[in-house]
Design a binder for this molecule. Structure first.
Ligand code: 5GP
Ligand code: ZN
Length: 134
């Protein structure tokens, strides 16, 4: 995909600090890290978001996320790790090439991946179940 920065990075046309590479993915350090070691999993083929991903690539991405989370936790000695994946502008996506954030977490690091819990009402529960449940 022309003019997609993550296509160019994933395929090696623009250099990036690469932690891992295989035929399907490149894992790079985020230029604006939320914490020390914040990395991004980029597929080498373009999909704007999760909706456009093939099942096969989506499955491989999760397996790689597990592998990277394990290696990063061991080597960076972090105390936990968030996997974050944004789809669409309202969800916080700013680069429209699918990516997964791997965000190492350290005790009292102040990284704000949080929300204010609401309350699930009976009415809303029934509405959502009727709409979504397969
Ligand atoms: P999003 O908000 O779309 O989920 O995440 C985009 C992420 O890509 C941000 O965390 C941002 O710091 C990172 N980013 C944007 N442009 C570049 C770039 O050119 N190189 C690298 N390594 N990271 C980038
Ligand atoms: Zn792309």
């Amino acid at each position: 995909m022309e003019n997609c920065i993550f296509c160019k990075i994933a395929n090696g046309e623009i250099p990036a600090a690469t932690l891992y590479e295989d035929e399907d993915f490149r894992v790079i350090l985020d230029l604006g890290p939320a914490s020390k070691g914040h990395a991004l999993i980029l597929p080498k083929t373009h999909a704007a978001n999760i909706y456009e991903m093939s099942d096969e690539l989506a499955a491989k991405a999760m397996v790689l996320a597990k592998k990277m989370a394990t290696v990063m936790t061991e080597t960076l000695k972090c105390d936990g790790l968030n996997i974050v994946q944004n789809n669409g502008e309202p969800a916080g996506q700013t680069v429209f090439h699918f990516h997964m954030h791997l965000i190492p977490r350290y005790k009292n690091d102040g990284v704000g991946i949080t929300w204010t819990p609401g309350k699930l009402t009976e009415e809303e529960k029934e509405e959502i179940l009727a709409k979504v449940k397969a």
